[in-house]
Design a protein around this ligand. Structure first.
Ligand SMILES: [Zn+2]
Ligand SMILES: [Zn+2]
Ligand SMILES: [Zn+2]
Length: 274
């Protein structure tokens, strides 16, 4: 367990989910921006691209592989990532995939990538060298080794001793996945929840929801819409993530109703019942 855990875990299968990146696709600060948030001294206003590290009973896995993956794994003292799950294939969620190369090399085995077919196709295109004939490689370490594992919304699967249920979400018109692990659900880049997914968001301790900014956006929840969803599903606590530079952490913290808070990079959440 990491030293940053917020709660003590009493169950036999201690697990923890760490939000390693809570920023939108261009990160915060935004390069070249001199707004109050981008120039703020508050460390909570520095947000890497979306990332999650899960410390499961039998090892570590990540949800998405954004462009700052290596930095996030170092920052959060990961040691051996043994699998990756994907919400969708937008660049801010996959462009750090090669940072998993060291783990397939260390384990000398293919690293499983759990995703939908559309995400597999996108990854095969974006990282074609990783799927080329291995005889063509200059040396064994030149490319990561992956094997795809198809996942389906509503069908739970096991990863390193945790049961994970994929949840269908809508990201504008793009169908993507959220994940429920025990009493925690991670739903980034969501703009609406189809009714078939309601059952997976009931009875949660913690809901993590993407909330881009104050103004409405075609493919992301804005703050008010995220608050409405939290009120609908009534988890004990809700954390907002995937935040743009419009959102100052301290200001937003004061504005939100009880039980809803902005997340920050490095926030650790205990998982029970996975
Ligand atoms: Zn995103
Ligand atoms: Zn800014
Ligand atoms: Zn996206």
């Amino acid at each position: 367990m990491g030293t940053s855990s917020r709660n003590t875990e009493s169950g036999n299968h201690a697990a923890e989910l760490v939000l390693t990146g809570t920023g939108t696709s261009i990160g915060v600060p935004v390069v070249g921006c001199d707004c109050a948030v981008c120039t703020s001294d508050d460390a909570s206003n520095r947000r890497m691209r979306s990332g999650v590290l899960v410390r499961a009973p039998n090892g570590e896995f990540v949800i998405d592989t954004g462009p700052e993956l290596r930095l996030q794994l170092i920052q959060n003292r990961a040691s051996l990532v043994q699998a990756a799950l994907f919400t969708h294939a937008h660049a801010d969620h996959v462009m750090g995939l090669d940072d998993l190369r060291i783990f397939s090399h260390r384990m000398d085995s293919d690293l499983p990538l759990f995703c939908e077919d559309s995400v597999e196709q996108a990854i095969r295109q974006m990282f074609s060298y990783a799927f080329a004939d291995r005889e063509e490689l200059a040396h064994r370490f030149a490319a990561p080794r992956f094997q795809f594992q198809r996942i389906v919304p509503g069908n739970p699967f096991d990863v390193l001793g945790l049961q994970v249920t994929p949840i269908r979400l809508h990201h504008g018109r793009l169908p993507i996945l959220g994940f429920r692990i025990g009493d925690v659900a991670f739903c980034t880049d969501v703009s609406s929840v189809p009714s078939e997914s309601n059952e997976y968001l009931q009875g949660l301790d913690t809901l993590i929801l993407g909330a881009l900014r104050y103004r409405p956006h075609p493919t992301h929840l804005h703050v008010d819409a995220a608050v409405q969803l939290a009120k609908k599903f009534k988890p004990r606590q809700t954390f907002l993530t995937h935040m743009a530079h419009d959102l100052d952490h301290a200001t937003l913290h004061n504005e939100l109703p009880d039980g809803i808070e902005p997340a920050h990079d490095g926030l650790a959440i205990s998982v029970r019942g996975g």
